[in-house]
Design a protein around this ligand. Structure first.
Ligand SMILES: NC(=O)c1ccc[n+]([C@@H]2O[C@H](COP(=O)([O-])OP(=O)(O)OC[C@H]3O[C@@H](n4cnc5c(N)ncnc54)[C@H](OP(=O)(O)O)[C@@H]3O)[C@@H](O)[C@H]2O)c1
Ligand SMILES: *[C@@H]1O[C@H](CO)[C@@H](O)[C@H](O)[C@H]1NC(C)=O
Length: 311
């Protein structure tokens, strides 16, 4: 297959691009930076497309390449519905396959906070068979892009909703927890501030496991159109267990609660109770990595190493 990853240098996009390469596919990846093209993408056999994906020029550039691909993955950083919708519409404008030929597949990367229902009993549980929720205000824009993708007539539209993604640079786990712990570890008190509630439970997934799901879903695109997959481990973890593990590996003495100051921070401390099963049922996908808490020593070391490399 020919695959185009929009946002191929990203926390999710890069491991996904690498996974497609390893699976034997021809992989194109966008980046705005010529340096990343040369140093990050090309060495990994990802064919760089240097373009700002949302500029007029960039859209024409990646649009032409997308038109030749069988799979297009939107793994760009989230910037509200408009950018994502413009990206999808740009793709649709360039796709022009002759009648009767196989349709290409478009995968939009979403987040599973759009399923959260908070902490509680069985009534709070969710999975791929359950409708979205209105619990987290900060992500109510997601359906605005998910629905047109899922209902598309022109392409096979599929959505992959990521849980909190961990590993490598750490992404939101780094900005919300690791960075704060690292900073605090250099102070006298060694106490970091972070947003949490005592009952918060986190659904999470390692970026490599999520990458594996993209490949499996993309390869079966024609069978899976209109489906939503949840990229999440089989069990959730208590956020305070994650924080305790960070205290242990960072040399901090503890943490204290910070009041959420944005819809994003509210969502960060919200509970998503989930046990996904559609990825396994339809593609045989099974996450393999240790959980965030269980593998914390590895994930903390990798975060520190990546931070040093990027400085
Ligand atoms: N990270 C998570 O834990 C997580 C969890 C669930 C869902 N998601 C969703 O997954 C998607 C991808 O997330 P991510 O964390 O992998 O993203 P990311 O690493 O922050 O960004 C992906 C890529 O987007 C490009 N980019 C960043 N800002 C841009 C801008 N202003 N204009 C154009 N391109 C820009 C960058 O490529 P260049 O700089 O090379 O151009 C970057 O490498 C988002 O929708 C996110 O909400 C993420
Ligand atoms: C969590 O529970 C402990 C013990 O009851 C309490 O001291 C602490 O303030 C609670 N934290 C939050 C964020 O509610």
């Amino acid at each position: 297959m020919k695959v185009l990853i929009l946002g191929a240098t990203g926390f999710i996009g890069f491991p996904a691009a690498e996974a497609f390469v390893r699976a034997g596919h021809i992989v194109y990846g966008t980046t705005r930076s010529a340096r990343s093209a040369e140093q990050k993408l090309s060495p990994k056999e990802i064919i760089p497309v240097v373009a700002d994906p949302s500029s007029e020029e960039g859209m024409a550039e990646w649009g032409k390449i997308a038109a030749r691909c069988d799979i297009v993955v939107d793994a760009l950083s989230a910037n509200g519905a408009k950018t994502a919708i413009d990206t999808f519409h740009n793709y649709l404008q360039y796709v022009n396959r002759p009648k009767g030929s196989p349709k290409p597949t478009y995968i939009y990367t979403s987040g599973l906070w759009i399923n959260s229902r908070g902490y509680g009993g069985l009534d709070k549980w969710t999975d791929e068979r359950q409708p979205t929720s209105t619990y987290n205000e900060g992500v109510q824009w997601r359906p605005l892009i998910e629905i047109p993708v899922l209902e598309s007539e022109k392409v096979h539209g599929i959505v992959i909703r990521g849980a909190v993604v961990y590993g490598r640079e750490g992404s939101a786990v780094a900005t919300s927890i690791f960075d704060r712990a690292l900073e605090a570890s250099k102070t006298e008190k060694k106490i970091f501030e972070t947003v949490y509630q005592n009952e918060s439970r986190v659904a999470s997934i390692h970026t490599d496991d999520m990458a594996d799901l993209y490949v499996r879903v993309a390869e079966r695109g024609p069978l899976l159109r209109g489906q939503v997959f949840m990229a999440s481990n089989q069990a959730t973890e208590r956020l305070t267990d994650v924080l305790d593990a960070v205290v242990r590996v960072s040399g901090c003495n503890g943490y204290k609660a910070k009041t959420p100051r944005s819809a994003y921070e509210e969502a960060w401390a919200s509970t998503t109770l989930i046990k996904p099963s559609l990825g396994d049922a339809l593609t045989g996908w099974k996450p393999k990595k240790m959980s965030l808490v269980d593998g914390m020593d590895i994930y903390w070391s990798s975060y520190l190493a990546n931070k040093n490399l990027n400085e």
